[in-house]
Design a binder for this molecule. Structure first.
Ligand SMILES: C[S@@+](CC[C@H](N)C(=O)[O-])C[C@H]1O[C@@H](n2cnc3c(N)ncnc32)[C@H](O)[C@@H]1O
Length: 279
């Protein structure tokens, strides 16, 4: 359940409005489903979504390492259309999932039915108020989610709260000093005659749902280290989106790769992964 009533001060009110906008955006169409041409909720539809996802974001496999977590009690925060959630179920984890949207949860339900699989539990819920007790999960996984919520530090603290001591978190958030963010800034600030606008502003306003945040490595580290964690590892990954993998122009792709090379390749990547254990 979305626990909006728990947000009652001025800042939180703005947060609640933002959360409604985020909910409405993702509830229209779950992440990554636009690529499928087959009828919605069919096996072919999900096959298309899955094939596309791991073709353009192969780093998910390397980071998540689904098969290594057999038997673990897992929570995925922000399941979206459930593509990774399905991998957790196939890998034999005791899979629990939440998402802000009814659309995402419906996808998970259909997807499991289509493949004859079952998960422990999945439901609509807010990652700022994760509806599980302290010290519940061996592993909490969240790919591209908590930068969309109004209070990202709170979502991160919630993830730590529900982890068991010694449990692991695997999280991806967006990296500000990346080619994707620079491109948004050039397009929406520089070329729009507003060069004083910041990279954060460009990401907030023009990346997916309104209010999307992006972080430097130092900011992500500071945000994570406010919690009782250990063994924090932060990495950035140069993605398909940074090097214009979706563009047909080979010249533009070449220029993007040359730029990335000058900036240190993965150092200029859009995805920033955080992995840590709870103390
Ligand atoms: C970019 S999509 C990522 C979904 C999925 N993890 C994936 O990689 O395909 C962002 C997801 O975050 C979810 N989300 C945004 N704010 C949330 C919140 N406060 N609580 C739970 N889920 C949230 C959205 O509903 C959406 O499904």
């Amino acid at each position: 359940m979305i626990q909006r009533a728990q947000l009652d001060d001025q800042t939180a009110l703005a947060g609640t409005e933002l959360k409604s906008a985020v909910h409405d955006y993702w509830n229209q169409e779950s992440c990554g489903t636009f690529v499928a041409s087959a009828d919605k909720h069919t096996r072919e539809f999900y096959e298309q979504v899955e094939a596309h996802r791991y073709a353009v974001e192969p780093e998910i496999m390397t980071f998540a390492q689904f098969p290594r977590h057999y038997g673990k009690k897992l929570l995925e925060v922000g399941v979206g259309a459930g593509t990774d959630f399905l991998q957790w179920v196939r890998a034999g984890t005791k899979a629990h999932g939440i998402d802000l949207t009814e659309e995402g949860v419906a996808h998970v339900q259909h997807r499991l039915q289509v493949y004859g699989l079952r998960a422990e539990e999945f439901k609509v819920a807010d990652c700022e108020h994760i509806p599980y007790d302290d010290n519940t999960f061996d592993l909490v996984y969240s790919w591209g989610v908590i930068h969309h919520t109004a209070d990202t530090p709170r979502a991160l603290s919630e993830i730590v709260r529900v982890l068991k001591p010694g449990g692991t978190a695997k999280i991806m958030i967006y990296h500000r000093h990346s080619l994707v963010a620079y491109r948004l800034w050039v397009h929406h600030a520089l070329l729009a005659g507003k060069p004083w606008k910041s990279l954060s502003w460009a990401v907030w306003n023009f990346m997916e749902s309104v209010g999307t945040k992006s972080y430097t490595r130092a900011e992500a580290r500071a945000m994570a280290e406010r919690n009782p964690i250990a063994n924090l590892r932060i990495e950035t990954i140069l993605t398909h989106y940074d090097i214009l993998g979706f563009q047909s122009s080979k010249v533009l792709q070449f220029l993007a790769k040359a730029f990335a090379l000058c900036l240190g390749w993965h150092r200029a990547g859009w995805f920033m992964t955080l992995e840590f254990t709870k103390q």
